[in-house]
Design a protein around this ligand. Structure first.
Ligand code: ASP
Length: 457
C-alpha cells in the first residue's frame, strides 16, 4: 500500500499540472498521437495496411467532429463578430482604422514575399532537385505565362467580383471572402442608423456571437483528443520516402517561416511596445491548435478569446481584426506560395526574368488573400500562380504529398500574424474595453434605464 503512494502522488501531481492547461494537453495529444501514427504506419510492418487505415478513420473521428462543429458556427460567428467590431468603433476611427488595417495586411504580405524570394534565391532548393532529375512533367509544352496586358485587363473584373451579388450563394458555397465583404458593408450601414433603430440588431448580433462561442467551448472539450487522433491518422498515412527528395525544399520553407515569425516579434516589440516572449507564451494555445488542424478558420474563435483574455486586446479590435485577418491575412501562405513557385521554376530549369518575378509577386499577394483558410487551401490556389508564371503544374503532385506538413507550419504563422496585428492596432485604436466589460456596461445602462423608468412611474 505504502509503496504505491509515491506513484499515486505523482499521478495526482501530473493530473493537477495538466488540468486547466489546454496547451499542455494539446502537446501531449500531439506527441502521443504522432508516436502512435509512427507505429501504425504500414512501413513499420507491425500492422497490415487495411487495419491501419481502418483504425486511422476511427482516430480521425474526434478531429472531424471538432472541425465540423467549428465550421457549423463559422459564418454566423464571422458575421456577428465583424458587425460588433464595426459598431464598437466611432465612425471616424473606423475609416482610418479600416484603411490602415488593409494597408498593414498588404505590407506584411509583401515582407513575407520578400523573405521568401531572397531565401529561395540564396538556398536554391530547386537546383538540387533539378540535378536529381527534376520534377514530373507530362511532356506537354510549358503553359504560356499570362501576359501583362491580360493581367491588367482582368483586374477590374476581379475587383468587381469581390462584391458578392448573391450573399446567400457565398454562404452556401462557403466563400469566406464574399461573406466578410458583405458583412463589412452591412456593418458600416448599421452605423448610419439612428441609435434606437440600430440597438435591436446590435443586441441580436451580440447574442449570436455568444451562442457561437458557447458551441465553440463545447467543441474545445474535444481538442486534446482531436489533436491526438488527427496526428495519429496523419502520420500513419504518410509515406516516409516522400520527404527524402524534398527535405531541403521543406527546410527552406520552414526557415522562411521562422524569419517571418521573427519579423512579427520585432513588430510586437517595436510597434506594439509589448514583450515578445510574453506574447509567445500567451498565444501558445492558438498556435498549437493551428499546428494540429492546419486551418486558420478552425482556430479563429480561440484566437479571439486569446486576444481579449490573454493579450488584453480591446474588443473593438479583436472582433474586427481576427475574422478579417483569418480570411485574408495569410503571410505564411504567401511565403510558401512564393518559395514553391520559385522552387518549381528552378527544378524545371526555367529562368525567371525580373518582370516575371514582379508578376509572380503580385499574383501571390492576390492568391494569399483569396486562399481559403482550410487545410491545404494554399496549395490549391498555388496552381493559379504557377499557371500565370508559365510553370508546369505537374510538379504540384509531389508538393501535395507533403503539403499537409507544410500547411501545419504556415497556419501557425498565419494565426500569429493575425494576433500580432491585433496588438499593433490595439495600441493605436483600442478602446481598452474587453468583451465582457462591454456587456456589463450595457447591461448596467439598461438596468439604470429601467430603474429610472420605475422611479418616474
Ligand atoms: N491552411 C492555411 C490556413 O488556414 C491556409 C493554407 O493552406 O496555406 O491558414
Amino acid at each position: 500500500m505504502l509503496e504505491s503512494r509515491p506513484l499515486k502522488n505523482l499521478s495526482v501531481h501530473l493530473e493537477n499540472l495538466v488540468q486547466g492547461r489546454l496547451w499542455l494537453q494539446v502537446i501531449i495529444g500531439l506527441v502521443v498521437g504522432a508516436a502512435l501514427g509512427v507505429l501504425l504506419n504500414p512501413s513499420t510492418g507491425l500492422f497490415t495496411e487495411d487495419f491501419s487505415s481502418w483504425l486511422a478513420n476511427w482516430l480521425d473521428l474526434p478531429g472531424q467532429i471538432f472541425m465540423r462543429l467549428v465550421q457549423m458556427v463559422m459564418i454566423p460567428l464571422i458575421f456577428a463578430s465583424i458587425v460588433s467590431g464595426i459598431v464598437s468603433n466611432t465612425s471616424d476611427n473606423l475609416k482610418t482604422f479600416g484603411l490602415r488595417l488593409l494597408l498593414y495586411f498588404v505590407f506584411t504580405t509583401i515582407v513575407s514575399i520578400i523573405i521568401g524570394t531572397i531565401i529561395t534565391l540564396i538556398m536554391k532548393p530547386g537546383q538540387y532537385v533539378y540535378s536529381l532529375g527534376g520534377l514530373p512533367h507530362s511532356g506537354e509544352n510549358l503553359s504560356t505565362p499570362v501576359e501583362e496586358t491580360d493581367l491588367f485587363e482582368n483586374v477590374p473584373m476581379a475587383i468587381s467580383k469581390l462584391i458578392p451579388d448573391n450573399p446567400l450563394e457565398s454562404i452556401l458555397m462557403g466563400e469566406m471572402l464574399g461573406v466578410v465583404i458583405f458583412t463589412i458593408i452591412i456593418g458600416v450601414a448599421i452605423t448610419q442608423l439612428p441609435h434606437k433603430t440600430a440597438q435591436p440588431i446590435i443586441r441580436f448580433t451580440e447574442a449570436i456571437q455568444k451562442i457561437c462561442m458557447i458551441v465553440i467551448s463545447w467543441a474545445m472539450m474535444l481538442v486534446p483528443y482531436a489533436v491526438f487522433g488527427l496526428m495519429a491518422a496523419l502520420i500513419s498515412r504518410i509515406g516516409v520516402e516522400i520527404f527524402l527528395g524534398l527535405g531541403y525544399y521543406m527546410l527552406v520553407v520552414v526557415i522562411g517561416l521562422l524569419l517571418l515569425l521573427l519579423f512579427y516579434l520585432i513588430l510586437v516589440l517595436v510597434v506594439a511596445k509589448k514583450n515578445p516572449f510574453k506574447f509567445l507564451r500567451a498565444i501558445r494555445e492558438p498556435q498549437l491548435l493551428a499546428f494540429s488542424t492546419a486551418s486558420s478558420a478552425a482556430v479563429m474563435p480561440v484566437s479571439m478569446k486569446t486576444a481579449t483574455e490573454k493579450l488584453k486586446v480591446s474588443n473593438n479590435i479583436s472582433d474586427f481584426v481576427i475574422p478579417i485577418g483569418a480570411t485574408i491575412n495569410m503571410d505564411g501562405t504567401a511565403l510558401f506560395q512564393c518559395v514553391t513557385t520559385l522552387f518549381m521554376a528552378q527544378a524545371y530549369g526555367i529562368e525567371l526574368s525580373v518582370v516575371s518575378l514582379i508578376l509572380i509577386t503580385s499574383t501571390v499577394v492576390a492568391a494569399s488573400i483569396g486562399t481559403p483558410s482550410v487545410p491545404g487551401g494554399g496549395v490549391i490556389i498555388l496552381s493559379t500562380v504557377l499557371q500565370s508564371a508559365g510553370i508546369p503544374i505537374d510538379g504540384l503532385i509531389v508538393i501535395i504529398g507533403i503539403d499537409r506538413i507544410l500547411g501545419m507550419f504556415r497556419t501557425v504563422v498565419n494565426v500569429t500574424g493575425d494576433l500580432t496585428s491585433c496588438l499593433v492596432f490595439d495600441r493605436f485604436y483600442g478602446t481598452g474595453i474587453a468583451s465582457n466589460q462591454i456587456i456589463e456596461t450595457e447591461e448596467l445602462k439598461t438596468i439604470d434605464e429601467s430603474r429610472g423608468l420605475e422611479s418616474r412611474i
